[in-house]
Design a protein around this ligand. Sequence first.
Ligand code: ADP
Ligand code: MG
Length: 700
Amino acid sequence: MSERSTFFETKIEFLKGVGPQRGPLLNKELSIFTYGDLIQYYPFRHEDRSQFHYIQAISEELPAVQIKGRLKDWTVLGEGHKKRMVASFTDSTGSMELVWFQSIPWFEKVLRRNSEYVVYGKPIFFNGRYSITHPEIDPLTPENEKAGTWQPVYHLTEKLKKRFVDSRSIGRWVRTLLELSTPHIRETLPDWLLTKYRLMPKADALWSIHIPPSPAHLHQATRRLKFEELFYNQLRLIKSKILLQNEFPGQIFDQTDRTTVFHEKHMPFALTNAQHRVLQEIKEDFQKGKQMNRLLQGDVGSGKTIVAFIAMLMALDNDAQACLMAPTEILADQHFQGLKQYADLLGVTIAKLTGSTKKKERTVLHEALRDGSLHILVGTHALIEDEVQFQNLGLCVIDEQHRFGVAQRSRLWAKNERIHPHILVMTATPIPRTLAMTLYGDLDISVIDELPAGRKPIKTVHRYDAHRATIFGFLKDEIAKGRQVYIVYPLIEESEKMDLKDLTDGYESISRSFPDVPISILHGKMKPVDKEYEMGRFVKNETKIMVATTVIEVGVNVPNASVMVIENAERFGLSQLHQLRGRVGRGAEQSFCVLMTDFKLSKETRTRLDTMCRTNNGFEIAEVDLQLRGPGDLTGTQQSGIMDLLIADLAKDGEILKAARASAQAILEEDPELETPQHAAIRGHLDNMRQSETNWSRIS
Ligand code: ADP
Ligand code: MG
């Protein structure tokens, strides 16, 4: 390893001022183990210490002021919680008060009357005087007399504060470290990139992000470090994608007998342009002789299933088999029923495998898969089990990706040892482009961004609980017209018991309000057979209202259901609301979504509800969600590692990400292995990153 990495691997306790007492504290509280960790512990904001204010010129408008002056005298006033220490503080232009409510004995001990200090804090005007409560106060020294800096503020924990580690202690250690580090900091980006994007050199950026000479420097430092982070993030993703593409061959599917027949004779509707485009992308993948790893994004109802089916047919036309994996039994069943209609027309064999498939059936099924007489297998996780062996699996479709981990994806690969199956992952959770590039940078991405023609947009409204009677009246009318209704209750694990009670209470009150209407109830605590039974009744239109928890969230298709009422809508995230709403609007009728809430709502909740009422576009909703929540929560997947960004913010840094990605792409196209001398620095830095990650995994 290079000298550089050894230096930054130095344990933090060896830094002057930290020592063996505070070292472990920093390890535990802030995950700072090494010099490298500390130098990358970036402040989250800065305080303006670039100038001194005169007391005469203070105003309440100022968020904070820094004043150089003399502490005259103080008195302790009041009793109990009103007890306070009030000091008078003057400079050449006037005088003001400094007030402490806490740690009075300590301040009485350390402060010196008639001495010069620098104070900093938020000024308020009270009783004809300016004062600062709990100011930061330091004896005037030749150093702080100069001012001229923006002081970093770091995130801290309560425990650190109790042990007297504050932002300024960290700032001091960082400064010491920066001074020591300067000869060890190497540039990690090639010169031409620095020039092209006018990026600050690395060493300057590290200084400036902690101790910026000016706000402009801070801005440039931040931009540079974000670029670097996203550049390496993308470089690694694209590199592993190239590796995937080159490493694994894929079957070539160029025969199209049944596919053509299906297109010409049996296609139930005209495909949308977006569906055509995506099919073309898949078809091209199938000609390449490389394994396809493609993500298909499309809003609920955009028609992903037919695309998947046609892709499967292409596999079948070339003597390969196909499987489709869904996250729940209900969904697997719906896919099975839907695809079977098409399959039967074409003489294609299809079967379903789930956890509840009987042993005897399984044996038959396993046999048929192995001898190739079964063409398509639809199922749940049960598909992954080892005894499920295919004669020649050519395509695996995974529906609703966010329920499946990456590890499971690779277990599907192993279903064909000779030549890995092509993989098509379908998700109805639209992800903003910036996020998709980072989360799924190792997959090719296709998007269906268009709904089939003739769909009426769902009308969405927000109503308060107080208007329930009106809503129930509306539901009665819709049911009288022959429609069906979902009423959904939230269910989260921590409050499971109470939520279940909400649901059953709700069910009872609905039963009372709709005495003549058959009603289904569905929740996660029911046995699979009972769930299936209730769902079945609703699908067959035997029941008119489905009272349910979010188990109906994913993929369920009942075109006649045209009203969705979401109770306690404030408790759902945006993408979840959108998913739920997607259960209606599937048929020819006008559909409605009613978001029910209490009166008291936070600003963020209002934004969520307003967004839902304003648009049906999943990508637009995903953007808002990203802005509101940040990328961490949005995906529902634990794609750890990929998302560990220190400084870049995927919600805000889309432009930087694009530039970083384009640069990474260009470099890897020219030099995929990063072997040429001009890329030596990049390669060195990548190796260092890998090295410190392995070290890290040893620690944790
Ligand atoms: P999702 O993308 O949510 O999985 P589906 O594949 O379930 O959507 O399709 C939703 C409904 O739209 C289905 O009833 C399907 O038959 C229908 N559909 C799909 N594509 C078209 C199209 N091009 N024209 C008309 N209806 C379509
Ligand atoms: Mg679907």
